[in-house]
Design a protein around this ligand. Structure first.
Ligand SMILES: Cc1cc2nc3c(=O)[nH]c(=O)nc-3n(C[C@H](O)[C@H](O)[C@H](O)COP(=O)(O)O)c2cc1C
Length: 411
């Protein structure tokens, strides 16, 4: 997509007040009950990991370049047999419907219109069959291996029957982590409404009235008789390499493994026949002491080689973050919390404005660093080895072969 003034007009016409991630987060904090805001914003334990994710990004610099003709810029990105109009999509998130009535439909519309992928969580507030109808091949189904193997496989069968081509297995939630804010707020699905929650809802009438009018969203996929019902805290700890082999045998579409942070796991997953890995620390929602997400990219890229598809999330907030992740070894980048906040702030208007802004930021930054296409975003776009190493050594990155930065690595 060329740097397009229409995009900016569209944003100014429809959502001038919500432009950046910080705008969306602030507005969502005002509109959403505290319990819902904290469910989105919160993380594991002392919540140090999200800050570390951001520090990782901020420590990486891009190298501006001069006198290159960057008039015609294109954001098209090839991934796993699909061509998308931008190098980013929406990560799977449970219960998006809590942010705004019709949130799933809004995301489907945006992803279809922009031709970007949308991860649909097992714990989504819309049945997977309906989402496939709404978003077609842009919808990817995300699987949690909870309950019995038969129950898990029933989701796989449903995804197959519905026509999904891409299945994401999330492997970084063997047990839902201790999220202190959720615990203190009494956040449970389905809701249990005591005096504290009642007061919280009463103080946020706009959200509460809209939910009363449209109905409180449910974990819709678990309404199916074979699903075993929803239990947010149910253990997913039984899933192991044998389960991955089983899954690989029954799922003939593309299989993506999400939540990879170790080079050893990455190699093992690759050898097990998965089609892609998704580097993520779940936005710091699982392990408080997890390493900063972006620092994981170079060693994992080095471990799986230049051609193996690597998707990335955790801490991405701005267009330049997308570029940094691509330059450090990712092929594709996913947005998590910002999407929830943009929806929570102003529904479709908020999401449209935020996604417009990210797209524009990517295009503008590409011009600054002298690149016209996504495949041109390589480690050479990063500012200096010294900068990179000092950014990365803080997180145990002595492992990165220097040639990866020098020779352009994955692309
Ligand atoms: C409210 C919320 C719910 C989430 N639910 C899921 C889920 O059901 N399945 C999953 O694989 N990841 C889930 N995630 C993790 C996201 O897919 C993604 O990895 C994470 O949000 C990235 O971190 P960031 O939001 O800080 O960028 C969830 C994240 C949030 C914020």
């Amino acid at each position: 997509m060329p740097a397009n003034e229409n995009t900016r007009k569209n944003r100014l016409a429809f959502g001038a007040e919500i432009v950046t991630y910080d705008d969306a987060r602030r507005a969502a904090k005002r509109r959403l009950p505290r319990m819902i805001y904290d469910f989105i914003d919160g993380a594991a334990g002392r919540e140090t990991a999200p800050a570390r994710n951001r520090a990782g990004f901020d420590a990486v610099n891009l190298q501006p370049r001069a006198l290159r003709n960057v008039t015609e810029r294109c954001l098209k990105t090839h991934l796993l047999g699909q061509v998308f109009d931008a190098p980013f999509g929406i990560a799977p998130m449970g219960m998006c419907g809590l942010t705004y009535p019709g949130a799933d439909q809004i995301m489907a519309d945006q992803c279809t219109a922009r031709n970007i992928p949308l991860g649909l969580s097992t714990a989504a507030s819309i049945p997977l069959e309906n989402m496939r109808q709404l978003a077609g091949d842009n919808a990817w189904f995300q699987l949690y291996a909870s309950g019995s193997t038969e129950q898990t496989m029933s989701f796989v069968e449903r995804a197959k029957q519905a026509g999904y081509q891409k299945l994401i297995l999330t492997v970084d939630v063997p047990q839902v982590s201790r999220r202190v804010r959720d615990h203190k707020n009494g956040f449970e699905v389905p809701f249990r409404i005591g005096p504290k929650q009642f007061l919280d809802f009463a103080l946020h009438p706009q959200w509460s009235l809209s939910m009363l009018w449209h109905g409180i969203p449910e974990t819709a996929n678990y309404k199916h008789p074979n699903s075993g019902g929803f239990d947010r805290n149910s253990s997913r700890a039984g899933a192991d390499w044998t389960f991955l082999d089983q899954l690989r045998q029954v799922w003939s579409g593309e299989l993506i493994i999400k939540g990879v942070t170790s080079t050893e796991d990455a190699r093992h997953i690759q050898a097990a026949g998965a089609d892609a890995i998704w580097v993520s620390n779940h936005g710091g929602r699982q392990l408080d002491s997890a390493p900063s997400s972006v620092t994981l990219l170079p060693p994992i890229r080095a471990a799986v080689g230049p051609n193996y598809p690597v998707i990335f999330d955790s801490g991405v907030r701005h267009g330049e973050d997308v570029i940094k992740a691509l330059a450090l070894g990712a092929d594709f980048v996913m947005l998590g919390r910002p999407v929830m906040f943009a929806l929570g702030a102003a529904g479709g208007r908020g999401l449209r404005a935020y996604l417009d802004e990210v797209t524009l930021e990517i295009s503008t930054a590409m011009a600054q660093i002298g690149t016209c296409s996504v495949p041109d975003i390589t480690p050479q776009c990063l500012y200096g080895d010294t900068q990179i190493s000092s950014a990365l050594t803080t997180e145990n990155i002595a492992l990165i072969p220097t040639e990866h930065h020098k020779t352009g690595g994955h692309r």
